[in-house]
Design a protein around this ligand. Sequence first.
Ligand SMILES: Cc1ncc(COP(=O)(O)O)c(C=O)c1O
Length: 281
Amino acid sequence: MPDIGYLNDRFTPLEEIAISPDDRGFLFGDGIYEVIRTYHHVPAFWEEHYCRLLRSAQEVRIPFPIKSADFHRLLLTGLEQSGYPEGKIYIQLTRGVAPREHGFPVNAEPTVFLSFREMKALPIEFPHNGVKVITLPDIRWDRCDIKSLNLLPNVLAKQQAQEVSAFEAIFVRNGLVIEGATSNIFLVKDGQLRTPERNHFVLAGVTQQQIISLAQENGLPVQFERISPEALYQADEVFLVGTTIEVLPVVKVDEQVINNGVPGPVTSSLQGYFTNVLAHL
Ligand SMILES: Cc1ncc(COP(=O)(O)O)c(C=O)c1O
């Protein structure tokens, strides 16, 4: 089955896509993106991702030229052409192609690029046994609520984590836990779920919102809160959430072992509830 690309109104095999060297996404990171998982050919939570895409586009003042119904049709066409039941759709919108000047170009059309690839599953021991994370200073800008292409701090943080065999880097700003380089974070303390308060330092995660709803439906209280690294160290359970990782238990934060190094019962229940939702998309 082929990887499929879509650029400016055309679907082709992904390797045939050619992006202009003058594309502002390439030159400036002047754009935004989304990632959608597909399960048994169904794009999961596509409306939530579409809404966030529109919001990100609006915040950076790039018009998004595709209406909701047309966008959904595009996703289904790409999925059909690629044929992967378990897939990953990447969506990128940039301010378009123009000679390199910082100010907005006058006549450029936004670039819309999509790719449709097979989802490579995480090693099975990650969701089963849990992962290690490290905390790092958050050196990103203060509009992390926008899913912008400017991911250099995230790239550096993730690499730093991987170099010490950690799965994820957790950003800490002004003494507060914010989110992972590629994920949102929850802790469980005394039967209550907590996740960092929502503001412009953190991405409002689609998976995070699903998990909050599922927890509430199943009688687990959830609070948005200011969370210190110490609160993370002292948590009964910690877990990460995100589109490509789903719900991932954390069993070590820096040098602190969580829940004796095994995934906790609340995390395992939420993994079960979420898997059930995904099976019925
Ligand atoms: C910085 C950051 N935070 C949180 C998330 C999780 O968001 P979502 O569940 O919408 O994928 C991501 C996902 O890529 C991310 O990059």
